[in-house]
Design a binder for this molecule. Structure first.
Ligand code: GDP
Length: 353
């Protein structure tokens, strides 16, 4: 393989929506069902993100078609702030989004805000119409696909669900999007799919994963093309002090490869920081990572992946800043200039907020 070889990388998925509509629960449920389906260790917890491999997704949702994406990478922090902070080359870092709407509560101010952000950043999204289990009279079938569990409901409950979905579809329409229940969508390019789910009981989660993978596979493969041997590019997710390591940055690498010893340019509060990667750290096997020293050192990471980077001089690094490896053929001055102008753009946007 040389540096011009190309491969399809894991699409990056964000979860947005109004407070309390179930974003965190949904992420936990997806992680949980993936862990339940996976052979030990098959699901990978990255720094700030979780990758669900495609074979696990296929086992959960038994699709008719084969997918050639490696899986889905979910950013662990839901919400608008994370979404708008995490940028790549001036655009949204997320390739695709899940907009969570409580089916019993409908559109709320932050739902409208989220739709506007997704519209402005031209991010394809699906709607998870969440909490169907809380519709009065609902009979839960844990982890069942939507069609299966819907067929078990009384006519009254079915009607109540349909009416609630139509409200959401109407609100999407008022915000400029054509939408329909996902199994009635013919063309996902023009119509947003609304997937009824319960993050609490797992109902509809197989359908949601299937729609996400299908969307990414059909519409994003070009933008998901990465150079698995090219020089790495990523976005700083968080800047953190770590005992024994000094200031570290958590980076979501969205293109190429990052290796220990690489010279990198990182956006800083005043000037771009030029430094050298001392260590690349991934969480150790455990899915929960709260403790110190829970990291494994690795020599290299390939996009898309979240990794903690230890390097000198990172005190001024900023969340949302670019992280760019200076490749063999790159001029340090050019890379620094690029990082500087991307930081200027971020500064302008922050001032407008
Ligand atoms: P967030 O603020 O959007 O991250 O919302 P959370 O995930 O914290 O959920 C808010 C509340 O709704 C919590 O009490 C959850 O247990 C509850 N919740 C989330 N999803 C569901 C669901 O599918 N069904 C029910 N019945 N409750 C849910």
């Amino acid at each position: 393989m040389d540096e011009n070889d190309e491969a399809i990388r894991t699409p990056i998925v964000s979860v947005l929506g109004h407070v309390d509509h179930g974003k965190t629960t949904l992420l936990d449920e997806i992680r949980g069902s993936a862990v339940a389906e996976a052979e030990a260790g098959a699901i990978t917890q990255h720094i700030g993100s979780t990758v669900v491999p495609i074979d696990v997704i296929e086992r959960i949702c038994n699709p008719d078609e084969e997918f050639d994406l490696p899986g889905l990478l979910f950013i662990d922090t839901p919400g608008h702030h994370a979404f708008t902070t995490l940028r790549s080359r001036g655009g949204a870092l997320s390739d695709i989004a899940v907009l969570v709407v409580d089916v019993n509560d409908g559109f709320q101010p932050q739902t409208v805000e989220a739709v506007k952000i997704l519209d402005r950043t031209e991010t394809p999204f699906v709607v998870a119409a969440n909490k169907i289990d809380a519709v009065p009279g609902w009979k839960t079938q844990e982890d069942a696909p939507f069609a299966e569990t819907f067929a078990e409901q009384s006519e009254r409950v079915q009607n109540d669900v349909e009416n609630a979905l139509y409200e959401i579809i109407g609100d999407l329409h008022d915000n400029g999007f054509q939408a329909d229940r996902y199994d009635r969508v013919n063309d996902y390019r023009s119509t947003i799919g609304v997937v009824p789910v319960s993050a609490e009981t797992g109902e509809g989660i197989p359908d949601l994963l299937m729609v996400l993978v299908g969307l990414a596979q059909r519409f994003l493969t070009e933008s998901l093309t990465t150079r698995p041997n090219g020089s790495g590019e990523g976005t700083v997710v968080e800047v953190k002090e770590k005992k024994g390591l000094g200031t570290t940055v958590d980076v979501l690498v969205y293109d190429g490869v990052v290796e220990v010893g690489d010279t990198v340019v990182v956006g800083g509060q005043l000037d771009p920081i030029v430094t050298e990667v001392r260590a690349l750290l991934e969480p150790s096997e455990k899915v929960e990572i709260n403790e110190e020293d829970e990291f494994n050192r690795v020599d290299r990471v390939v996009a898309a992946e979240g990794v903690k980077v230890a390097a000198p001089e990172l005190d001024d690094a900023m969340a949302g800043a670019p992280f760019v490896v200076v490749g063999e053929d790159d001029e340090l001055g050019d890379v620094t200039q690029r990082v500087r102008s991307e930081m200027d753009e971020i500064g302008v946007e922050t001032a407008e907020d």
